[in-house]
Design a protein around this ligand. Structure first.
Ligand code: FE2
Length: 246
């Protein structure tokens, strides 16, 4: 199977056009997309550890959720140099589907909505990020599902009055969703907000606004859906697909 054919299948599931403005998605490192691919590796992050593992496992196509270059880069030194050296010397194609995989149908956000069996699901943001819907159950039920599938010990900001509620408006967003701005946005729409990367200032704002927040971690809220995508790719590709950091 050629690299370009693998890419076509990925993009059929997660079209690049869905990515939010300015995101860096698609081929990150690679030259010959007609190259025959024998083994695919999949990871959340293109970390040095993952890339070293990809080399050890003879992977020739590495899929990651997070892109390798996010902010403007001025030089290729340190770990970035090492990563690019391993990728280029071993002719490993690196491909990322980031916000387009969060947003797409059955992507990372839909996976979270499905996990909680949300009803009347809508996008949390106009660009397609996040989901919001009705959860039939209590806050403790949400917590149990979170503990079993996303994160064993999530940090929680709890509005006490919520504990007896039987039906909850739940918002979910895979990855970094617990910014101050996002908490303000969600506080007008939901009772509970599950996402990742809660900060000191976000905690204060959530308390002040009375929004119950669950920090399922950036990793936990993304890997749950990434595992679903991994199973999907394994099912449709005729070549081995292995996971490298989940
Ligand atoms: Fe992320």
């Amino acid at each position: 199977m050629k690299a370009i054919e693998v890419i076509e299948l990925i993009e059929e599931f997660s079209p690049k056009c869905l990515a939010v403005f300015g995101d860096n998605v698609g081929v990150q490192v690679g030259l010959n997309l007609n190259k025959k691919i024998k083994k695919i590796g999949m990871a959340l992050d293109p970390s040095l550890e993952v890339i070293e593992k990809a080399k050890m496992e003879n992977i020739d196509f590495l899929f990651t959720h997070h892109p390798i270059l996010k902010d403007p880069v001025k030089n290729f030194t340190g770990p970035l140099y090492k990563k690019l050296k391993i990728l280029t010397e071993n002719d490993i194609i690196l491909y990322s589907a980031h916000t387009n995989l969060d947003i797409c149908k059955n992507g990372l956000n839909d996976s979270l909505a499905e996990l909680f069996n949300l009803k009347d699901v809508k996008n949390l943001y106009d660009d397609g990020l996040g989901r919001i819907g009705n959860f039939e159950g209590t806050f403790n039920d949400i917590l149990k599902i979170t503990n079993e599938n996303i994160c064993k010990n999530p940090e929680i900001i709890l509005k006490k009055e919520l504990i007896n509620k039987k039906s909850i408006k739940l918002a979910v967003l895979s990855g970094y969703g617990l910014s101050q701005n996002s908490i303000v946005h969600v506080s007008n729409l939901a009772d509970v907000y599950l996402s990742g990367d809660l900060t000191h200032h976000s905690k204060i704002i959530a308390k002040e606004l009375g929004l119950t927040v669950i920090d399922g971690t950036h990793y936990g809220t993304e890997v749950y859906g990434l595992k679903n995508f991994f199973k999907y790719l394994k099912g449709i590709l005729k070549i081995p697909v292995v996971s490298l950091d989940f």
